[in-house]
Design a binder for this molecule. Sequence first.
Ligand code: FUB
Length: 330
Amino acid sequence: MSNSKPNTPLVTHIYTADPSAHVFENKIYIYPSHDLENGGLDDGTGDHFRMEDYHVLSLEDIGAPCIDHGEALHIKDVPWASEQMWAPDIAFKNGKYYFYFPAKDKEGIFRIGAAVGDRPEGPFKAEANYIEGSYSIDPAVFVDDDEKAYLICGGLWGGQLEKWQTGSYVKGASDMVAGADGPQGKQNALGPVIARMNDDMLSFMETPIEVKILDENGEPLKADDNDRRYFEGPWMHKFNGKYYLSYSTGDTHYIVYAVSDNPYGPYTYKGRILEPVVGWTTHHSIISFKDKWYLFYHDSTMSGGATPLRCVKYAELTIDEDGTITTLRT
Ligand code: FUB
């Protein structure tokens, strides 16, 4: 085990992706997807991401060796799930750790599940069913200063977000053609969806609603604005009292951010955080640790560019006093 360096894989004995980093007990804990070498064709539906479990990683400090705490949850122990354990997140509340993860249910529909543990490294015990009213992928849970917790999630194409525009799941053309059921051209792009969590952290207090992302003129971003519109991988953090929503633009491969006075939005697009990395997907989280800001992200360098075989890395992030984030190139 060697010391962790910026822009270098945190671990090399397994493939990891989609890092959600958090500071618990004065350490950095990282909750990644665990990519597997189990094949599957990339047909744009995401079916080649066939993950089955989660490992938890931690760093005592920036630069310290990265510890793999081993398997924290396996799909065989999730009664409602059938396949594809994608990008997870976690929250600490009521003295417990609540681990959130997407997976397909027995009907092949992505849902968000919750599992509970006493320790940040797990193990986590899955609830019998997915969170009622949940759908799509990439949950991120943001606990505000007033202890109100929000789950934001959603991903286009393989993440099925566009199939939920009526409020229920509509099977459609994007089963075969990525994005075919979503808004097109100058139609408003879809945003992620957000719902406040009940105090039990296991259920929604409300029906998830779409988060609007606006351009500099206050107009919703359009579907053909591929450099800026929402695709997947939402993350929320707060800086100087403002809410920051950052996300992947998917097929243009940027991590970008937008700012609001309200967790529900609307958010105004501000700029890029991360230029494209090696590999198709890009996915991140942002934490503050010992008075510095860090971006955790992934790329596919460790597998020589194979999209579903990724590795988690970190880099220091510069946020100016006025809230502007300096764009990173890795
Ligand atoms: O890891 C599977 C999917 O790839 C994630 O859910 C997306 O955010 C993308 O990184």
